[in-house]
Design a protein around this ligand. Structure first.
Ligand SMILES: Nc1ncnc2c1ncn2[C@@H]1O[C@H](COP(=O)(O)OP(=O)(O)OP(=O)(O)O)[C@@H](O)[C@H]1O
Length: 251
């Protein structure tokens, strides 16, 4: 499996404090990879480095072999990496359809700017409806997004994240604040919409992590102490000691 994303000796300091302390990681194309670790380990910082929100202090990040140094988040997005936000990022007064179309328009405007307006608008509508179908929101198509339930809003946000056609999808705690049934619903949805794509997610819920991830990396105090399959990570004594012990017993 060739790498979709590679981190090489990655470091990040805020002032004098080194938060990411030398991370090497290779995430294969088509892999679903979860980054877990205790509070304050640096997961969000790592996420923000990969998506270009923070510049790294040292080391390299490569997306499909291309160095991301100095690239702005929108440029990284156009190179095929799309992220969701922990805080719901939808326009509440726009309809569900308009929210997805807005995201799709941006990417199509960029990729297919030679299309006629008519062709473009038809393709846009079809593409938007296809995404609504994938995220199970066809029945809610014409409602203002603000009236959706919390889980539906998160589903919509996942739709917005995938709308640009990125092949690397990054999700930050996609099931945060959800009930068990909402979590099951979103996990199924994530599995479906990321089929054939590379998924990188930061997630606290071990049920979600073990249900979705092919590979898990455990970040502790700014370093990855283990990467492997869920079974290997679960059985790793270093991981048990540093972090998972109790969190794992139920799964
Ligand atoms: N912009 C910043 N400036 C200074 N320090 C920061 C900044 N962002 C994060 N930190 C510090 O970096 C450390 C790691 O934070 P981060 O949010 O990346 O951890 P996390 O693993 O995502 O934690 P959680 O699981 O609680 O979300 C924390 O000590 C935090 O205070």
């Amino acid at each position: 499996m060739s790498a979709a994303l590679e981190l090489d000796g990655l470091k990040k300091s805020f002032g004098k404090t080194e938060i990411i302390r030398g991370v090497d990681l290779s995430i294969g194309k088509g892999e679903r990879h979860a980054i877990i670790g205790p509070n304050g380990a640096g997961k969000s910082t790592l996420f923000n480095l990969i998506t270009g929100r923070f510049p790294q202090t040292e080391g390299a990040i490569r997306l499909h072999g291309q160095d991301l140094a100095g690239k702005a988040p929108f440029q990284i997005n156009r190179m095929g990496l799309s992220r969701s936000f922990q805080i719901t990022n939808i326009f509440p007064k726009m309809t569900v359809f308009e929210n997805v179309r807005c995201s799709l328009l941006w990417s199509m405007g960029y990729r297919y700017n030679f299309w006629s307006m008519v062709g473009r608008s038809r393709a846009l509508t079809e593409g938007t409806d296809d995404i609504l179908d994938q995220i199970n929101l066809t029945a809610r198509r014409n409602l203002p997004a603000g009236v959706l339930s919390y889980a539906e809003q998160r589903a919509l946000e996942i739709g917005i994240t995938i709308a640009g056609g990125a092949d690397v999808i990054m999700l930050d705690e996609p099931t945060a604040g959800m009930s068990h049934s909402e979590t099951d619903y979103i996990v199924d949805l994530i599995r479906t919409v990321t089929e054939g794509k590379t998924l990188v997610m930061v997630e606290h819920d071990m049920g979600v992590v073990f249900g979705l991830a092919d590979q898990i990396s455990v970040l502790v105090y700014g370093e990855i102490i283990a990467t492997g399959t869920p079974e290997a990570v679960r059985a790793n004594p270093k991981v048990q000691e540093a972090y998972l012990g109790e969190a794992l017993e139920d799964h």
